[in-house]
Design a protein around this ligand. Sequence first.
Ligand SMILES: Nc1ncnc2c1ncn2[C@@H]1O[C@H](COP(=O)(O)OP(=O)(O)OP(=O)(O)O)[C@@H](O)[C@H]1O
Length: 241
Amino acid sequence: MAGGEARPGRGPEVRVKAAVIELKSVERHYVQGQRKLTILSGADFSLVPGEMVALVAPSGAGKSTLLHTAGLLERPDGGDVILGGRACGRLSDDERTAIRRNDIGFVYQFHHLLPEFSALENIMMPQIIKGLPQAEAAKRAEQLLDYMQIGKRAHHRPAELSGGEQQRVAIARAVANAPLVLLADEPTGNLDPHTASYVFDALAALVKQSGLAALIATHNHELARRMDRRVTLSEGKVVSL
Ligand SMILES: Nc1ncnc2c1ncn2[C@@H]1O[C@H](COP(=O)(O)OP(=O)(O)OP(=O)(O)O)[C@@H](O)[C@H]1O
């Protein structure tokens, strides 16, 4: 997964990781009556395996639009999204759904866990949908629950978990199929500062341990500072902070 290319030069060879996801000149507009609202305009962005990037921008700037476009939930109106070297803009809906299922994990502000299933079953679900045998899915779900330090909550339903525990289950579910990229929209936005910090630490450890690439929209500047780099949206473009 973590492919790299050698850069010639003097001194020790430097290996540069290849981007796992790239947004190239992405355009995104919404039409509201007579008005055309431009949200992304020539947006370029990329992530390499193992890096965690904060997306910090005011409300309405287009963070969710960027995440949904990068995550193949919305099609760009121009430009393209390259995932694992594959241009996704013109693929069929079925192909995009398959890529989303296998290669992209989403975490939202609210956990969106299935209320009638246990924590373990919620984490098994995407793996079963992908076609993994039940026993294998259960083993991976147990490992992830242990990793997130909520192994003892495996058989609790979401309503029987605290907010921080629910988000840790949601994070475990998002990475259950070992995606290339994790996209998170305010994953700690609904938690008190102490719990947010704790959940963030668990998320960061998972990203570093698994080598996936993560783009995390947050209004929390303290958490943003703990990521590898920070970007914002300005005039429809992704710019470094
Ligand atoms: N389906 C849609 N149709 C029309 N306008 C939309 C649509 N979705 C989003 N918008 C508008 O596009 C802009 C960007 O929305 P987006 O949700 O991406 O912002 P955001 O930065 O994620 O905001 P927040 O931090 O409040 O979640 C907003 O002005 C929003 O009203």
